[in-house]
Design a protein around this ligand. Structure first.
Ligand code: MSP
Length: 513
């Protein structure tokens, strides 16, 4: 089995400030990327910005800026966000880069060559905000304004010369593809939505525009720019040095293992994208995972509703690990979830501060006082010690499956339960009383609890990398030892080194905060 793993986030429109929804997609992808690395995979994790289209052109005009310079400024906010969120992305792509132009033009030429593109005239509804075309039955009127039913964004009637992609001829082939690749669209409920939509039959898709110029020109007809979604989706290939399909990166990482996206852009990734790729004689990605929305006041965040949650504000106040942990623990990955400050605080206090944080702190300070600040070497582990360690070890296949089946909520719950059990083990074993009677027993208890803290920290490393990184570093576990295969590997500790100082990991949040 290939040990390479390619994972992507959506590339974000840089027109506004990044919000919690963007942060959510990126954090999810980061957790999977980090977990696969822990499993020993060579991972390529891509994110970036989607910079063409009428929406960006209009914003630039409003700001009296050249669109490219405008994007240079705004894309930086998203690049900065990658460090604020502590993303482990290997690349950050911008659709205004030369490597991307080359790749989009090549895809276009492939579609022309395969006979899937023809020139015609488009007339229909278009939403600039979604950069999407809508059929008549997808439109409704609210307060005298025509809007798209799904996103409630305004639509305009558009009539212009346009190139079309023969999407209609791909319905059957797509249905066959979905059938043969059961896990292509996840979660299952989303898969059914897509399959039902395709079953109704697809219409040809307008893939170029003439009424504005901010985009990649159509090869041999630069009156047209390529439709922003055909342009944007291709970013996933551009980062692999496409069109050079002999390139090592392309060979290693295409087809992508998973595109993490929000459910709002499922149609583009689960219908248009595989159709474009199949027509261009390229393999579709293995999986598209559509997560739910983060709601604010029970509604989707949007500028017009004025209910945008700023991830940076929350991070400044509570910390990045705290936000990452909360989003993954409390929002069920496939469903929508409302953010509640009350739940965030409870999560920080109960799971992070009182449970994992407290466990590390009390064990460290006990070792400092009673064992010259060194983890004792195990000599004779009792049944109780082995039981604690083996339970986690035996659960490893289940834990790995949970992550690989995108069930992060269950994964986290299980890991928290180990931390709870470890605290209980420490209390019940009472190393403080054992000390006087049997020093060796105390040392074995301390080794066991350290080993379990190490195991839990490795598992949580993909979710809360900053704090688990501190704990593992304080235990002198080398970065290259932080991996799933070192769960219950007693060789990770250097028993002659003292523990490093470990400051409070998570400050408790007061309720009036
Ligand atoms: N540029 C396109 C994506 C092109 S990918 C080839 C786009 N950009 S976006 O900036 O509008 O949003 C991108 C993603 O942000 C959404 O798909 C979704 O993953 C995430 N979110 C935006 N708002 C969200 C919420 N309120 N909640 C959760 N995620 C949401 O679409």
């Amino acid at each position: 089995m290939s040990k390479n793993f390619y994972i992507t986030t959506p590339i974000y429109y840089p027109s506004g400030k990044p919000h919690m929804g963007h942060a959510y997609s990126s954090i999810i992808a980061d957790i999977f990327a980090r977990f696969k690395r822990l499993e020993g995979y060579e991972v390529l994790f891509l994110t970036g910005t989607d910079e063409h289209g009428l929406k960006i052109q209009r914003e630039a005009e409003k700001n009296k800026k050249d669109p490219k310079l405008f994007c240079d400024e705004l894309s930086k906010n998203f690049r900065d966000l990658t460090s604020i969120l502590n993303l482990s992305n290997d690349d950050f792509i911008r659709t205004t880069e030369e490597r991307h132009y080359k790749s989009v033009k090549d895809v276009w030429n492939r579609l022309v060559e395969s006979g899937d593109i023809y020139l015609g005239k488009y007339s229909g509804w278009y939403s600039v905000s979604d950069e999407a075309y809508y059929d008549q039955d997808e439109i409704e009127e609210i307060n005298g304004k025509k809007v798209a039913k799904t996103s409630l964004s305004t639509v305009d009637w558009v009539e212009e010369e346009s190139y079309f992609f023969k999407l209609s001829s791909w319905s059957k082939k797509l249905l066959k593809f979905y059938e043969e690749n059961e896990d292509f669209i996840l979660p299952k409920s989303r898969r059914n939505e897509v399959v039902n939509f395709v079953k109704k039959g697809l219409t040809d898709l307008s893939v170029s525009r003439t009424s504005f110029s901010w985009g990649i020109p159509v090869p041999k007809n630069n009156k047209h720019v390529i439709y922003v979604w055909l342009d944007a989706l291709t970013n996933y290939l551009s980062a692999l040095n496409f069109p050079n399909t002999d390139d090592k990166k392309f060979q290693k990482f295409w087809p992508a293992n998973v595109h993490i996206i929000g459910k709002d852009i499922l149609r583009f990734h689960a219908i248009y994208w595989p159709a474009f790729l199949l027509a261009a004689k390229l393999q579709p990605p293995k999986k598209v995972f559509g997560h739910g929305w983060i709601l604010s006041d029970d509604k989707k965040m949007s500028k017009s509703l004025g209910n945008i949650l700023d991830p940076i504000e929350i991070i400044n106040k509570y910390g990045i690990d705290q936000l990452r942990y909360y989003l993954i623990k409390e929002v069920s990955l496939g469903n929508d979830g409302s953010i509640s400050m009350e739940n965030l605080k409870n999560c920080i206090n109960n799971d992070l501060a009182n449970n994992y944080g407290n466990l590390c702190q009390r064990v460290f300070s006990f070792i400092k006082k009673n064992c010259s600040n060194k983890i004792p070497k195990p000599t004779n582990l009792s049944e109780k010690d082995n039981k604690l360690l083996n339970q986690l070890k035996n659960d490893m296949p289940t834990l790995i499956n949970l992550v690989n089946n995108q069930n992060l909520n269950e994964f986290i719950k299980k890991v928290v339960s180990y931390s709870f059990e470890a605290n209980k083990y420490f209390n019940d074993s009472e190393p403080w009383s054992v000390k006087k009677k049997n020093l060796e027993r105390m040392q074995n208890i301390l080794f066991t609890i350290c080993e379990q803290i190490k195991n839990i920290s490795i598992l949580l490393n993909c979710i809360i990398p900053v704090s688990t990184g501190k704990v593992l570093k304080a235990m002198n576990v080398e970065p290259n030892m932080i991996s799933i295969k070192n769960i219950n590997n007693m060789e990770c500790f250097n028993y002659s080194n003292e523990l490093k100082n470990l400051n409070i990991l998570f400050n408790k949040v007061e309720n009036d905060n």
